[in-house]
Design a protein around this ligand. Structure first.
Ligand SMILES: *Cc1c(COP(=O)(O)O)cnc(C)c1O
Length: 421
């Protein structure tokens, strides 16, 4: 099983479940699991044996999801959690604590920016923001306290494509892992681990789930980063809350699982942002058709961007496929996100949004249905004007998440809304 389309349908559940022979992945709605004996229980708790204990830690439906996404990304292991937001939070606190620093791209998803700018500093983790368009900017911000480098594959919402390999090289030259939020690309368009990234995070809520039916997130680790150098004591020092295990040094054959296993046993176990099995099941259902959907999202996204350019009613149009680096990083298509500045600024922008009929006006992206929003007054409204500008958000900017409807209906809706604005 080497190709993505096949993995999306089969990875993690290659033969039917042994008791019921269920062909579809079963949904296990249970909080806990019975032990065979006190010895079995003790072995599970002491990590001598791997197995189910409690759904905050693991669940068989979620396990299929984790194996499937790890296979799709080409990673060693994955951990699914309650949301993309908690995936990002855990990916950071699994390697950084008070006194440590992270160097991050400045053009992040609004919630991630707020987490990094306001919440992490309150916990003593400083985040230095840099313009990701030049990888050297990351190098300049790294110091001896830095524990990781963070960026998104396609900056939100201005849709700049980053030079992942360039940023990964700088991270590695400093002994640091690169964490990449690949929500906008999914493994159908881009696999960050193939371009030097060490850890990939996703919101399952978006294209992976694909139907806007549930919230979830996932973290995937390549299993290749060396955590034993002493630069990441959270992974290499004995863990007082877990049998004094050194995740980096004591796992033997399981060493490639160190980062994900620690995330499961320390942040997930004790902070508790676990994914509901129902949401894991819905994410799996969506993933089965991910490659097909991304093909159509990309086709419709490009057609929409081209149409807007020719309309004469917009100042500019941004689409990841127009980036110089797209041929290297997005050879299979650039997805369904299109951003443009309407002529007439904020007022025209509001009118356009209110006139849309097929596009839904809401705060989400990556649904099978077409969506639209005005970032300056909604998703990025907590940011001040300077932060908005540095994140590439302008007053009349409209963000479209182009769905998989028929392109004729999508363009007709845009045309009638442009005419009214
Ligand atoms: C939506 C999103 C998140 C947050 O994910 P949730 O599942 O909503 O918590 C993080 N990063 C990006 C790029 C997103 O689009």
């Amino acid at each position: 099983m080497s190709k993505l389309e096949t993995k999306c349908l089969h990875a993690g559940y290659e033969s039917a479940e042994s008791t019921t022979r269920s062909h579809a992945v079963p949904l296990y709605r249970t909080a806990s699991y019975r032990f065979d004996s006190t010895e079995h229980a003790a072995n599970l708790f002491s990590l001598k044996e791997l197995g189910n204990i409690y759904t905050r830690l693991m669940n068989p439906t979620t396990d299929v999801l984790e194996q499937r996404v790890a296979a799709m990304e080409g990673g060693a292991a994955a951990l699914a959690v309650a949301s993309g937001t908690s995936a990002i939070f855990y990916s950071i606190i699994n390697l950084a604590k008070s006194g440590d620093e992270i160097v991050s791209a400045n053009n992040l998803y609004g919630g991630s920016y707020t987490m990094f700018n306001d919440i992490l500093p309150g916990m003593g983790i400083t985040v230095k923001f840099v313009d990701p368009s030049d990888p050297q900017n990351f190098a300049a911000a790294i110091n001896e306290n830095t524990k990781a480098v963070f960026c998104e594959t396609i900056g939100n919402p201005a849709l700049e494509l980053v030079d992942l390999q360039g940023i990964a090289d700088i991270a590695h030259a400093n002994g640091l892992p690169l964490i990449v939020d690949s929500t906008f690309t999914t493994p159908a368009l881009l696999r960050p681990l193939d371009h030097g990234a060490d850890i990939v995070v996703h919101s399952l809520t978006k294209w992976l789930g694909g139907h806007g039916t549930g919230i979830g997130g996932v973290v995937v680790d390549s299993g290749k980063f060396d955590w034993t150098t002493g630069k990441h004591p959270l992974l290499s020092d004995p863990e007082p809350s877990y049998w004094n295990v050194s995740f980096a040094n004591d796992l033997g054959d399981l060493a490639p699982l160190a980062y994900i296993l620690r995330m499961r046993l320390i942040p997930l176990r004790n902070l508790g942002a676990c994914i509901a099995p129902d949401n894991s099941w819905m994410a799996l259902q969506g993933i089965e058709t991910l490659p097909l959907r991304m093909e159509r999202h990309s086709e419709n996204g490009l057609a929409t961007a081209e149409h807007l350019k020719k309309s004469g009613k917009v100042e500019w149009v941004k689409y990841a496929g127009y980036d110089d680096k797209a041929s290297k990083y997005l050879p299979n298509g650039a997805g369904g996100m299109v951003v443009f500045e309407i002529k007439g600024g904020e007022e025209a922008g509001r009118k356009f949004i209110e006139s849309l009929e097929l596009f839904s006006h809401l705060a989400n992206v990556g649904d099978a249905r077409s969506l639209a929003i005005h970032p300056a007054s909604t998703t990025h409204s907590q940011l001040n004007e300077e932060q908005q500008t540095s994140g590439g958000i302008t007053p009349g900017m409209i963000r479209l998440s182009v769905g998989i409807e028929n392109i004729d209906d999508i363009l007709a809706d845009i045309d009638q809304a442009l005419a009214k604005s």
